[in-house]
Design a protein around this ligand. Structure first.
Ligand code: NDP
Length: 250
């Protein structure tokens, strides 16, 4: 029922929300399995966790590759004997107006933000179904609930994962597999996410928004606490949707 001793796979664990969540869950006794592409960051973060007395391991993972996700889950089971939770958090946000036709970036967002989540789901589903226990948590965005200019494709991927999580919840209830789902919709959080925007107007607009809402680096920890809260419920309780806004963001 608690976070303690749960085996939690986290994608996008090399920075931002994923890093903060890995550190908080490990502090609270979870065994965390980190995935992302930057090995040096994964190595540093898992060492930080171990130095603080926690348990962590990692594997270089590209979420667009289904085999990488399977290997990450296999690592969790080999290292810690089980898989209890997957947190599908990896994401990219190169926003731009549709008229700019940045179709390569559209495809990248679909591959990482949508197919990457599907690959995570597929990697855990066989174990979760057999063991009749498991939790799938996904980082969507407030852009997955309402529309924003410049976020046509980013928002489409984030709306899509909202639907996916809800259907997994409903099918699990129907099939009595006891799989819990949680979807998190952060608003502006100061991370590396904006660094990949190539459209100048979008970048300027986002920089302005992020500065105007006055968020502190500690706001990242709010998402980590939400993930912790979702895991920390009784096994038959699904707390499954969370929006997190800075108080200054409308
Ligand atoms: P960061 O850029 O700090 O983190 C993104 C993470 O995703 C990194 O660890 C990155 O690791 C990983 N990633 C990107 N592409 C891949 C890939 N192909 N395979 C594996 N990992 C990948 O930003 P955030 O922490 O803010 O982002 C986390 C999630 O939160 C994303 O899904 C984002 O859409 C969502 N979000 C963020 C908001 C914000 O304001 N910050 C608001 C709403 C939602 P690496 O490069 O090492 O692979």
């Amino acid at each position: 029922m608690s976070v303690e001793n749960k085996v939690v796979v986290i994608t996008g664990a090399s920075s931002g929300i994923g890093e903060a969540t890995a550190k908080l869950l490990a502090k609270n006794g979870a065994k965390v399995v980190l995935g992302a592409r930057r090995e040096n960051r994964l190595q540093e973060i898992s060492q930080d966790i171990k130095d603080a007395g926690g348990q962590a391991t990692y594997r270089v993972t590209d979420v667009t590759n289904p085999d990488d996700l399977k290997a990450l889950v296999t690592l969790a089971k080999k290292e810690y004997g089980a898989i209890d939770v997957i947190y599908n958090n990896a994401g990219i946000m190169p926003t731009s107006p549709i008229s700019a036709l940045k179709t390569d970036e559209w495809n990248m967002m679909i591959d990482v933000n949508l197919k990457g989540v599907l690959n995570g789901v597929a990697a855990v589903m066989p174990d979760f179904t057999t063991q009749k226990h498991g939790q799938i948590i996904t980082t969507s965005s407030v852009a997955g609930i309402k529309s924003f200019i410049g976020s046509g494709v980013y928002g489409a991927t984030k709306f899509a994962v909202r639907n996916l999580m809800e259907v997994i919840r409903m099918e699990s209830a129907k099939e009595q597999t006891n799989i819990r789902t949680a979807t998190i919709y952060p608003a502006a959080i100061n991370t590396e996410l904006l660094q990949h925007i190539t459209d100048e107007n979008s970048k300027e607009g986002m920089d302005k928004l992020y500065k105007s809402v006055g968020i502190t680096p500690d706001a990242i920890d709010a998402i980590a606490r939400v993930v912790n809260f979702a895991i920390d419920q009784p096994e038959d309780v699904n707390v499954n949707e969370f929006t997190v806004y800075p108080t200054k963001q409308g």
